[in-house]
Design a protein around this ligand. Sequence first.
Ligand code: UD1
Ligand code: CA
Length: 457
Amino acid sequence: MNLTTIILAAGKGTRMRSELPKVLHSIGHKPLLRHVYDLSAKLENNTIHIVIGHCSEQVKKTLADLSVNWIEQTQQLGTGHAVQQVKNQLDDNSMVLILYGDVPLLQAETLQLLLSKTNENTLALLTVNLANPKGYGRIVRDNSGKVLRIVEEKDANATEKEITEVNTGILAVKGDALKKWLSQLNNDNAQGEYYLTDIIALAVADCFEIATRSPENEDEVLGVNDKVQLAHLERVYQLQQAKNLMQQGVTLRDPTRFDLRGTITELGQDIEIDVNVIFEGENRLGNNVKIGANCSIKNATIGDNVIILPNCVIENAVVGANSRIGPFARLRPETVLATDTHIGNFVEIKKSIIGQGSKINHLSYIGDSLIGKKVNIGAGTITCNYDGANKFQTIIEDGAFIGSDTQLVAPVTIGKNATIGAGSTITKDTPDNQLTLSRSKQMSLEGWQRPVKKEKL
Ligand code: UD1
Ligand code: CA
């Protein structure tokens, strides 16, 4: 049977207290609604409709790449009303799955389990037992345990409020039956809304069986209504990702202090990651990579045996095998380090290629540069790449040695095996093999006296 998924995402999310529509708030840098979409996209033969309302243009624009049918619900008159907006597009013979755009951590296995329970005369409902069921719709069963209906918190009497089995909102049922019940909904309840949950009693009246299933873990069905819940689910999600990496052999010094706000698409063996490391974007890590505490790594490719010492910031960069970075190094976009390089403390590199075996160990800025093999760049070297209007390139050829505290005023080329004397300001190209220095002569003044403090009158 074909599958149709309806994701409800029109609500305002008042309790988020934000200009941003609720479903665009993120977990792991990914909008809540994209989490739900990615999950439904895993199901085969699935047509996906997303019901949007509040800030719908912004939602569509942010998630323009999703292959879904966007449905506008101009007024939010309840979950039943939201599903009614899709009614005309539902195929009688398809199985319809309802998901919520603000319930991001549901697992595909749970949905498969739910869908496996559906058939011609069975509605499958995902429920969960909560120690604190407050705010949720309660599942009302008869003495034999058969589900009769769902009662919303605001409509429930004292006895019903004691029920701890709650409605997650997630259900699956055949299109023709759903369409029939949708047209029977009314808003005669405490909130004056069209409740989707009322279809349960209608299904029971039509002799449908209500099959309930529960997720393995209750965090899967928790929704985001405020920033506290958002933070809770962020931690749940990060712990899941940490476990996933550990299962693939990564050593995490503390899985509760690890954040992956993106992906690691290639993962070598024997990787060790210390505390408070944050990954963003798409990353690749080779074998034996060791990453020290407090590093921020975004869109990076890190080769085999690389050691990244604590407190480094790496973005859109490639680090060749056997290199050592940090502590306190910053690799900015378009940095490419060949193998066996050493980048030390307080070194900033931007848009530069650094050749094999080259070392920049202390306090330097290297920008728009092409640096050859086995180059040694002394402490405090600055490539002056910007004249206030344009950027220029610095080329340093193989084997060059740049003395400490040198300024290389680009465009400039330092020849092969050239040596630059410490403290030089280099404005012209320098020849291969020679020592070049620009430095005023040192002198000493005989008989010179230090000034002394004037006596107060
Ligand atoms: C709903 C269920 C409740 C369940 C709970 C689980 C109903 C009547 N109640 O309650 O039984 O325990 O979810 O979290 O269904 N939405 C729309 N359009 C609307 C109204 C809501 O798209 O007009 C969307 C929201 O954006 C949200 C979802 O539907 O993604 C749920 O809406 P919400 O108002 O949070 O429902 P609850 O009152 O929490
Ligand atoms: Ca809710």
